[in-house]
Design a protein around this ligand. Structure first.
Ligand code: BG6
Length: 479
C-alpha cells in the first residue's frame, strides 16, 4: 500500500546502529525535506530515557557521526524525536508505547533492530497494542535467523502480524549507490548484455574484504561466522544482481522475481569448492593486531574468512564459476565485482608475438566507487619489431562523474523507502529462504567432514588454500 508514514518507531534506539547510521540518516533526510515535515520518530529501548534525555543522547551521536556540513540541521531534527522505554519481554509495557505513538491512521513505519531473541515477543507486543494495523509497515534488520529453520520461525512470527507487502527485510548492501548502479550498468546499456553469459564470460569474482576484526561484537559474531554474517546476505544479493535475467520493470515484484530464480539455481557446494579460515595475530597497515582467539578470549572454530567456488545452474551461467571470498583482517577494505571475459576466439596479432589479454570489467563498490573496463590497445610506435599490445583501463570514477551530488549512505535510501513503502531494495521471504537453503547445505557438508578453519595471518589474503582454490582453474584473485 502506498502511503508516506507520518510516524516512525525505532526499536534499538540507543544501539550502535542507531547512533552511527539511523539517526544521522534520518537527520539528513529531514534536513533535505525528504521525509514528511511532521514526521515523529519515537525511539524505544530498555534504557530509561525521557524525550529530553533521549534528544541529548541523539545530539551526541549526531555530533559524532554527522559530517560537519550537516550539523546545523541537528536542532530542528531533535524536535521530531521522542522516546518511550520498553522491555520487549514484558507484554504489559506495549500499551504505553502505543499511547506514546498515538494515532497511526496516517501511517506508521517501524524499524526493528533488536536481538533475535526478542523478535517474536516484539511482534506479538506490537500486534497486541494495535501497532501492526494495515497502516503500519515493518523494517527488519539482520540477523534474521542463523539457519533456514530459525529464519522461517522469524518470518512466520512477522507474518502473523504483517502481510508480506508490509515487511521490509533490510540488506544494507542494497542501499549502496554502487550496488544499485550495477542494475543501471547492466540494463541501461546495450553494451554488456549481449556478452553477459557463459559464451563470453570466463568467470566472476566477488570480493568483500575487511580490515576490521571482531569490533566488540563477540557474542554475535562467534555464533555466526563469515559465511552467515556476509555470504548468506550481502554476497548472495550481489551474486543475484550480477546473474539475474533482465526484469521487465524496476519494481519490487519484477526485480525480486528475477533475483530469487538465481538464488534457487545455486548448485550445492562440494567439499573441494570452499575454504574457510580464521585470522591469527599479524599486522595491518603496519599496526600489530591480535588473533581472533585472542580477541575472543578463547579458542573457537568460527570462520572469519571464506572462499567459495559457486555455480549457477541455468542456461546463462552454466560452466561459469562465481568465485566469492570475504574475510576479516584482510590487507584492505574492498568490495568489488570482477567480470572476467573470455579470450578473443582468434588473435590476429599472435603471429607477431603480441598477446591479447581478455577483457575485464571491475565494478568497485567500496571504498573505490568506479567502473573499470580493461581493453587491449596497441602500444604507440612504428611496430618494426611487430605489434605490441597493452591493457589499458577505461575508468569511470563515480565521485568524479557525479561531482556535486551529495553522497548518501545506504540507510538514508533504505529508511526513506521504508517510510514511503517501496520494497524494491528489500529482500523478500522467498529470497531469504533460498539463501539459507544454500548456506545450510554447505554447513551440513562442513559438519559431516568435521571441517576446521585454516589459520591465516592478519593482513594476508586468507589461507593459502584460498589461492589454490582458484589457481587450479588457472585463475588468480584480483587483489
Ligand atoms: C554487516 C556485518 O552486515 O556488514 C559486519 O555484520 C560487516 O560484520 C558489515 O562488517 C560490512 O558492511 P560494510 O557496509 O562496511 O561493507
Amino acid at each position: 500500500m502506498t502511503f508516506a508514514a507520518q510516524k516512525l518507531i525505532l526499536f534499538g534506539a540507543t544501539g550502535d546502529l542507531a547512533q552511527r547510521m539511523l539517526l544521522p540518516s534520518l537527520c539528513a533526510l529531514h534536513a533535505d525535506s525528504l521525509v514528511p515535515a511532521e514526521l515523529r520518530i519515537i525511539g524505544t529501548a530498555r534504557s530509561a530515557h525521557d524525550d529530553e534525555s533521549y534528544r541529548q543522547f541523539a545530539a551526541k551521536a549526531l555530533e559524532t557521526y554527522l559530517p560537519e556540513d550537516r550539523k546545523a540541521a541537528i536542532p530542528a531534527f531533535l524536535a521530531c524525536l521522542f522516546y518511550q522505554p520498553l522491555d520487549a519481554t514484558d507484554p504489559a509495557q506495549f500499551p504505553a508505547l502505543a499511547a506514546k505513538v498515538g494515532d497511526v491512521s496516517a501511517g506508521l513505519a517501524i524499524f526493528l533492530s533488536t536481538a533475535p531473541s526478542l523478535f517474536e515477543q516484539t511482534i506479538a507486543g506490537l500486534a497486541s497494542c494495535g501497532l501492526a494495523s494495515g497502516m503500519s509497515r515493518i523494517g527488519l534488520e539482520k540477523p534474521l535467523g542463523i539457519s533456514l529453520d530459525t529464519s522461517r520461525d522469524i518470518n512466520d512470527a512477522v507474518a502473523s502480524a504483517f502481510s508480506e507487502d508490509r515487511i521490509f527485510r533490510i540488506d544494507h548492501y542494497l542501499g549502496k549507490e554502487t550496488v544499485q548502479n550495477l542494475l543501471a550498468l547492466r540494463f541501461a546499456n546495450i553494451l554488456f548484455e549481449p556478452l553477459w553469459n557463459a559464451s563470453h564470460i570466463d568467470h566472476v569474482q566477488i570480493t568483500v574484504s575487511e580490515t576490521v576484526g571482531l569490533e566488540g561484537r563477540v557474542g554475535f559474531y562467534d555464533g555466526a561466522g563469515a559465511l552467515r554474517d556476509m555470504v548468506q546476505n550481502h554476497m548472495l544479493q550481489l551474486v543475484a544482481l550480477v546473474a539475474m535475467e533482465p526484469p521487465s520493470n524496476f519494481n519490487a515484484t519484477a526485480v525480486r522475481d528475477e533475483k530469487v530464480k538465481v538464488l534457487r539455481s545455486l548448485r550445492r557446494i562440494s567439499a573441494s569448492e570452499r575454504v574457510t579460515g580464521q585470522y591469527r595475530a599479524g599486522a595491518i597497515g603496519g599496526v600489530a593486531v591480535p588473533g581472533y582467539d585472542e580477541e575472543l578470549g578463547r579458542a573457537s572454530s568460527t570462520e572469519t574468512f571464506v572462499a567459495i567456488k559457486a555455480h549457477i545452474d541455468n542456461w546463462r551461467w552454466t560452466g561459469v564459476p562465481f568465485y566469492l571470498r570475504t574475510g576479516k583482517r584482510l590487507p584492505e577494505r574492498k568490495t568489488e565485482i570482477m567480470i572476467q571475459f573470455k579470450h578473443v576466439p582468434h588473435s590476429i596479432f599472435a603471429g607477431q608475438g603480441a598477446e591479447a589479454q581478455p577483457n575485464r570489467l571491475i565494478i568497485g563498490i567500496q571504498p573505490q566507487e568506479n567502473v573499470r573496463l580493461s581493453v587491449m590497445a596497441k602500444q604507440p610506435g612504428l611496430d618494426r619489431g611487430g605489434v605490441r599490445l597493452q591493457e589499458v583501463p577505461l575508468d569511470i570514477s563515480m565521485p568524479n562523474a557525479f561531482a556535486g551530488t551529495r553522497k548518501r549512505i545506504a540507510y538514508e535510501r533504505l529508511l526513506l523507502d521504508l517510510i514511503e513503502g517501496d520494497q524494491t531494495l528489500f529482500v523478500r521471504r522467498d529470497e531469504v529462504e533460498a539463501q539459507w537453503q544454500w548456506i545450510d547445505a554447505m554447513r551440513e557438508g562442513w559438519a559431516e567432514k568435521g571441517m576446521e578453519p585454516k589459520p591465516y595471518t592478519a593482513g594476508s589474503w586468507g589461507p593459502s588454500s584460498a589461492i589454490a582454490l582458484v589457481e587450479r582453474d588457472g585463475v588468480t584473485w584480483n587483489d
